[in-house]
Design a protein around this ligand. Structure first.
Ligand SMILES: [Zn+2]
Ligand SMILES: [Zn+2]
Length: 213
């Protein structure tokens, strides 16, 4: 389990083409989850601190908008689930349908898996549904859920390679495994808590989760 210590609090930046949330977590060095904004904005917030990892909750273009620029300019490693990395070209071309020029993905990636701890107790949960390789990141007192679970909503499942049953199963797993006082930092919109969504999310409450899902 996570070691007890002063919890790091993810810093939320709301920038980029579809106002996806980027989160910066810092201890002695920093991790950036979902580089949605312009690289200059992100570097300004980092203020010279060492960026160790850039993590993508999934490979949709608005969540990796400046991933390549950030990795190229800082030397950070890019972490993503293999299932989303393999679909990167298809996912990034979806930007064109929305009138954006697709960003280039980073040149290379390191793959993360369910249960892996990547940095200072920050643990990967493989939470497929919105995309096959969607991940959540669990820290001490919080979970970053990407486009799986939002404040009062859930991720879209009408997109390429998305799966509504997998999405429900992933959300139910969060309700079951993550303490309900944990803060949820979603990929879009304001934070919430696991408990608030488990009892009040209009799309999926914990009471609708079967014991097997
Ligand atoms: Zn998405
Ligand atoms: Zn999104």
């Amino acid at each position: 389990m996570l070691q007890e210590k002063l919890p790091m609090t993810p810093m939320r930046l709301m920038t980029g083409p579809l106002l996806a949330n980027s989160y910066i977590l810092c201890e002695d060095d920093c991790v950036l989850v979902d580089p949605a904004g312009d690289v200059e904005d992100i570097l300004r917030v980092l203020r010279g601190r060492n960026l160790r990892f850039v993590v993508a909750t999934h490979m949709h273009f608005d969540h990796i908008w400046s991933a390549k620029a950030l990795v190229d300019s800082t030397g950070a490693d890019f972490l993503v689930h293999r299932l989303d990395w393999e679909l990167r070209d298809e996912f990034l071309s979806m930007a064109e349908e929305l009138g954006f020029r697709p960003p280039a993905p980073p040149d290379r990636a390191e793959f993360v898996e369910d249960g892996q701890t990547i940095w200072h107790g920050l643990r990967i949960m493989h939470t497929p549904g919105h995309t096959p390789g969607s991940i959540s990141l669990v820290g001490s007192g919080f979970i970053l859920t990407g486009d799986l679970l939002f404040n009062g909503s859930v991720g879209r499942t009408d997109l390429l390679a998305s799966d509504s049953r997998a999405l429900a199963s992933s959300i139910c797993r969060i309700y079951r495994e993550i303490p309900h006082h944990y803060v949820v930092y979603p990929g879009h919109g304001p934070p919430t808590t696991v408990g608030a969504e488990a009892t009040g999310n209009p799309f999926l409450r914990a009471s609708s989760c079967s014991t097997s899902s």
